[in-house]
Design a protein around this ligand. Structure first.
Ligand code: AMP
Ligand code: MN
Ligand code: MN
Ligand code: MN
Length: 275
């Protein structure tokens, strides 16, 4: 039996692991398939594929987009098996990338106004090779000694409701799902528990949602049960993964949530039906 962890980040977004480290650990743990799902970029996929060949590990190419609803609710949408050369999709990623850089300068200014001796470059220095997120800003605040933990950086400065919080660029769940479909990909709602409103799922299904992440590090056994039922109700593919971020989220270990290979085959079929 082959098993897959379908939700893994690299240092192309906010994990501390390189694609090679991810694959080395997957090999050590005997994980057969890894879904690379960095925030807003495909950067880590080719490197992961190259390293994975050596161990006969299969890579499921993916992405995680943070959509925002009209009433400012954040909904993360995973996309699997997109055409990574799709021009319209790449254009959108470029716009998101530029807005995330701009946001670093704006948040840095707010932090300076709160008396922190911090520069945008301090944040850029700890970013890997791709998408810049609040987790990098939190790490810079922590590493410069202004707080005692990453959690405190969010609570005191950059968490939602904290004084230096700025949201990232707004992209709606509908636009996100439709863009993933248009690029031949399979849209899946990530960790639905964080949405805190299951009634939104039927709306996402109307936009073209094809799967739901039933198994996730933040889901309890009863959450899994609930989302399995919802998956059956809407005929959605039941995916799962650890959402490993390397050492940036220490309690989230690669392979801590796995699904059977059948799920990978379902995703492949769904992407082929979508072209
Ligand atoms: P962004 O997409 O740039 O707004 O950044 C979101 C990143 O910050 C994700 O990796 C989140 O998991 C992380 N994050 C948000 N709030 C917290 C928190 N309170 N503690 C730790 N990480 C957080
Ligand atoms: Mn993240
Ligand atoms: Mn997420
Ligand atoms: Mn994630």
């Amino acid at each position: 039996m082959k098993y897959a962890d379908l939700h893994v980040h690299t240092y192309y977004s906010d994990s501390t692991f390189s694609p090679k480290q991810v694959i080395d650990i997957a090999h050590e743990k005997g994980i057969d398939v890894i879904g690379i799902t960095d925030h807003d970029c495909f950067g880590g996929i080719d490197e992961a594929c190259a390293c994975a060949k050596e161990y006969n590990i299969e890579i499921v190419p993916g992405i995680e987009i943070s959509a925002i609803t009209d009433d400012d609710k954040e909904i993360h949408i995973l996309g699997y098996y997109l055409d990574r050369k799709d021009e319209d999709f790449l254009k959108k990623l470029e716009i998101i990338y530029a807005s995330r850089i701009e946001r670093v300068y704006l948040v840095t200014k707010l932090l300076q106004e709160k008396g922190l001796d911090i520069e945008a470059q301090d944040i850029f220095n700890i970013v890997g090779k791709g998408t810049i997120s609040r987790l990098h800003i939190a790490r810079a605040i922590y590493e410069k000694g202004f707080v005692r933990s990453l959690g405190a950086a969010f609570k005191k400065y950059i968490g939602v409701n904290a004084p230096c919080y700025l949201p990232h660029m707004k992209i709606s769940p509908q636009e996100t799902i439709e863009s993933i479909l248009a690029a031949g990909g399979v849209p899946v709602i990530a960790h639905p528990i964080t949405m805190n409103d299951d009634s939104l799922i039927s709306e996402l299904v109307d936009y073209g949602l094809k799967g739901i992440e039933v198994f996730h590090t933040n889901h309890s056994v009863s959450d899994e049960k609930k989302y399995k039922k919802i998956a059956k109700q809407f005929d959605l593919i039941m995916t799962g993964g650890s959402d490993c971020h390397g050492d940036a989220k220490r309690n989230v270990l690669l392979g801590s949530r796995l699904v059977q290979y059948e799920v990978v085959e379902q995703l492949k079929r769904a992407s082929l039906n979508n072209v």
